[in-house]
Design a protein around this ligand. Structure first.
Ligand SMILES: [Zn+2]
Length: 404
């Protein structure tokens, strides 16, 4: 080997019996081609059973895209040895620089995974001048491989929430470990069956559903039924943001009914739905003016603000507080709030549980924000599998087996 070949062999981390045969460099084609070979009489390992010392009986030519050499695309070429293992039959020996069946070197795949953390797959494909299907295949391989190794024996508190691949449909339900703040499962759909799918996957990863003591979710009957069925030891806490959402919706219903008699209320929706500390100066002034008018909407707003205190109280006070709040809401004469009370009463325990469990799906909201941002950057995903792969990539905190 010449000095330059020795240098490249070192850069590639080549070990015996592999060596560089020759390197060709074409300025016109912007290409660097590195031809690898193994010494005569070399012996290899059967990739299936691990039997050593098998000679190659023939070879099969193959090429791999490697990391660009400055502005030149680089390729590795080698004759892959084929072995005849006495136990497994004909097998192709593994090469140290690539995974079996991949057309990319391990370092090139490591680059793809590095980029995939920040860039949409389409942009990576354009930058590397490869078809995006090939890029997806690499990402899915590493995500699947890393997920397979995940163990959930110590997961005790989970949050469940849904996200959508397209506006308003193609739902995916996300299961997060609330202590590790990471997604441990994501699946298509949002009904009762997704809890069963989670439970099966959880068992496959050394998880014991009996260990799951706390679950946070919204008030959907399908989730509740699924949890009771599949997570028998879990106590449900309804997510505080979802509880406040029904109250917000009631405030807005009151406002919409009232604005028919009081046109001043038009275009005031966000004034009543935002928290006072988040209003702009202009909005604060408008709120002050409207509050003087003895409006039903202002009463509804006061009830919403008042309920916020519930989330800071210890268990016994929380129960007393919620009881009084419900009585107040029932007696206020606002129909949407009577409906809110009915919903709260139907879900009483799961709402009160917050005072002792203190769990919410805030972390999933946060993860969802990241996922939706990735979705916008990618201008959507072609299918749900890709979408789920990206969810794991962004929020799975997975350990990838990548060369360094
Ligand atoms: Zn074998």
């Amino acid at each position: 080997m010449s000095a330059i070949e020795t240098l490249f062999a070192k850069a590639l981390g080549l070990e015996k019996p592999w060596q560089i045969e020759r390197i060709t460099f074409s300025e016109a084609d912007k290409r660097l081609d590195i031809y690898l070979t193994f010494s005569r009489g070399s012996r290899f390992v059967c990739p299936k059973c691990g039997r050593k010392d098998i000679p190659a009986y023939d070879t099969h030519q193959k090429s791999w895209r490697h990391l660009d050499f400055f502005q030149h695309q680089a390729y590795l070429h080698a004759d892959e040895p084929r072995l005849e293992c006495p136990d497994c039959g004909v097998k192709t020996a593994e090469v140290p620089w690539a995974r079996p069946d991949s057309g990319f070197s391990l370092l090139f795949e490591a680059l793809i995974m590095l980029l995939a953390g920040d860039m949409p797959v389409k942009a990576i494909a354009e930058m590397l001048d490869e078809h995006d299907t090939r890029i997806w295949r690499v990402i899915r391989h590493y995500v699947d491989e890393a997920r397979q190794k995940e163990a959930y024996w110590d997961v005790k508190r989970i949050g469940i929430d849904e996200t959508s691949r397209k506006r308003g449909h193609h739902y995916v339900t996300i299961f997060a470990d609330l202590d590790q703040s990471k997604v441990i499962f994501a699946t298509e759909g949002k009904g009762k069956k997704v809890i069963g799918e989670f439970s099966n996957d959880f068992h496959d990863h050394n998880g014991d559903t009996w260990n799951i003591r706390e679950v946070c979710c919204d008030m959907s009957p399908a989730f509740i039924e699924g949890i009771e069925h599949c997570l028998p030891n879990a106590r449900i806490t309804f997510d505080r943001f979802h509880v406040m959402k029904i109250v917000n919706d009631a405030v807005d219903k009151v406002r919409r009914l009232e604005q028919k008699e009081c046109p001043l209320l038009k275009k005031s929706r966000w004034i009543w739905l935002k928290n006072p500390e988040n209003l702009t100066i202009k909005q604060s002034e408008k709120l002050k003016d409207l509050s003087k008018l003895n409006l039903k909407t202002a009463l509804a707003y006061q009830m919403r603000l008042n309920l916020r205190e519930f989330w800071n109280l210890p268990p016994i006070q929380a129960i007393e507080f919620l009881k009084s709040w419900c009585l107040w809401a029932l007696n206020c004469g606002l129909e949407p709030f009577v409906e809110v009370v009915k919903t709260i009463v139907r879900h009483w325990l799961g709402i009160i549980n917050f005072a002792s469990s203190k769990i919410s799906n805030g972390i999933i909201e946060c993860i969802n924000g990241l996922i939706q941002a990735a979705k916008r950057k990618a201008r959507g995903f072609r299918n749900t599998d890709y979408f789920i792969t990206i969810i794991y990539l962004i929020a799975g905190k997975l350990n990838y087996k990548l060369p360094t």
